[in-house]
Write a protein that binds this ligand. Sequence first.
Ligand code: TTP
Ligand code: CA
Ligand code: CA
Length: 669
Amino acid sequence: MSSSQHSFRGSSPAIALAQRRSRFTYRNLTQMASYNTACPLRVVAHVDLDCFYAQAEMVRLGVPEDQPLAVQQWQGLIAVNYPARAYGIGRMCTATEARRLCPSLISQHVATWREGDDKWAYRPDAAENIATDKVSLDPYRLESRRILAVIKEHLPSHLQKVEKAGIDEVFLDLSAHVHAVLLERFPELADPPPHGDSSEPLPMPSISALDWQADALVDLDDDHAEFDDPDWDDVAILVASEIVRNIRAAIREKLRYTCAGGIARNKLLSKLGSAYKKPNQQTVIRNGAVRHFLSGFKFTKFRNLGGKLGEQVSQAFSTESVQELLAVSVEQLKLKLGDDTGVWVYNTLRGIDTSEVNPRTQIKSMLSAKSFRPSIGTVDQARGWLMIFVADIYARLVEEGVLENKRRPKTINLHHRHGTQTRSRQSPIPQGRFLDEETLLGLAKTLLNQIVQEGHIWPCSNLSLSVGGFEDGISGNMGIDGFLLKGDEAQALNIGPRARVEAEGSGLPHQAEKRRRMDDGGIQRFFTKKETPPSLGSSDSVLRENGGETLGRRCREVGSDGNDGVDGPSIPDEGAGAQANDQKTAAGGHPCARCGACLEDSEALQSHQDWHFAKDLQEKERGGLAFGNQTSVIAASPHSGPWKTGPAGPKRPGRPKKTEPGQQKLTFG
Ligand code: TTP
Ligand code: CA
Ligand code: CA
């Protein structure tokens, strides 16, 4: 990376430095290079786009930066830019309320698929056509990929560890990259340790002051002082901060997007950091500032502590405050929460998180669905929707590498609702030949015919199509050329028009972007954002499992905590959503017996229950997998790094075994 020695100033006299030793060892330095998650010099960044969909629309439409703009979905808002937030507009507002608050607001409706049309498009009348349209998030996915590509371009190819953690966010483990920069800038670090003993402390950094430039630098804890000489963890985080600043500048310059960054020693802290100062800023949390930084938070804002677990903890200890919970001993936590969870919570409150930044995010299944209001009543209508679902799913299969035969699904499911009755049919997807859009559509129609033959299936209030059982392709058996289909070849193989656009437009070989399994620490599988059941007015949904696109239904619809979007709104997770809805149930409405969500009317309740149904199907499909390894951290060991990992994951109370819920995302499009 480009050297910016100017960041380091005020070198201390070498003799004095030689006598002082770092808190870190040669072994710690080596651990950085291997992305050891227990390495005390680890550096992780989180980058999150500002008001992402809103920026995507601003860029697409060439809207001036100070123009208030919101992205509308039917009558609601799903993203609000910062100029519009200044008028008090947030995701809680309806489009009408928002225009009242700011008459000059541009309220751009998301693109939609339309019944009878085989492409998504931006349509001026989309908001009024909830019955015939289905939201398409493809434009944002495309931008998301371009942003990811810029990020990767700005990291050395052999030293990158990037996890796409949502449609507009990534985690970067910068440890190995920073390690390389440190060796370049401080050649003394390349010397062998005294006596060949890697547990020897490193020499102190040959600098005494760090120039943090304009970053939001979180104040140090009381027992640390700004005038203390920096140690290697500070220098590492400074270098990481430079890298992030460069990446943000590149995204800005090449694609015109602003984003926020958080730089710290792990995912937990870096994610809190990126949300700390928005828009267009980056926050650095040095190790010496962690306690101070965290003490001001409610722990329910922490990654993985927002849902049921957070709720359980706050009930058990009658507080949501990190500060207050710090007084609770690990024994007490274990007593109330179980051993693993207790230890995990104890560490999390102290900013300890050894979960991996994991570039592998393999999709397990994809679902495209629509609830009909009014219901549909003919086979032709249903077939029209199947075409849309297939186009929607196929576009994502292309992203997954289906054209290169890298990954493909094994099964296809159709789910149909008539009144209170739900039917579903599944069929295998023939393997051994190229999977195209027409094949999928043919299979979907066959499934529909099977349902139709049963009779008494109209009117239909919900249809959903899903593919699952993803498998890696057989590319290992053939030369790579056999699978990288160029535009013409794709055409010859009768790939649908949409897929061709994707294949050509985005440069297929680049699409070979690896989707890898996200096998983050077990706790994450429990507690990261889950899909939220659609509720009031939710008319269509796309269920994905990829640890990637994080697209929730608007909070207010499931009873949010009143988040107005100003401070980085969160998608309500299962727990929070259900809780809020429980409270609303008392006030009337149509409660869901499964999760307590309170729906506006019986139709909305039905759609919502369809969601549960589709979800259950998917769960069943994934069945066998159990919780993965869980990182539990508490003991310090000078040789294995300050933290050690253990195998068992915390048990989620009262829930059946579930696989990798951290990867499940629901897109209500
Ligand atoms: P976020 O990153 O949560 O929010 P944001 O990017 O709009 O704003 P911020 O500057 O605070 O980060 O979500 C990313 C995108 O995901 C958002 O632009 C729109 C979509 N989204 C929904 O569709 N529904 C939701 O409830 C949320 C939270 C996001
Ligand atoms: Ca964002
Ligand atoms: Ca985000």
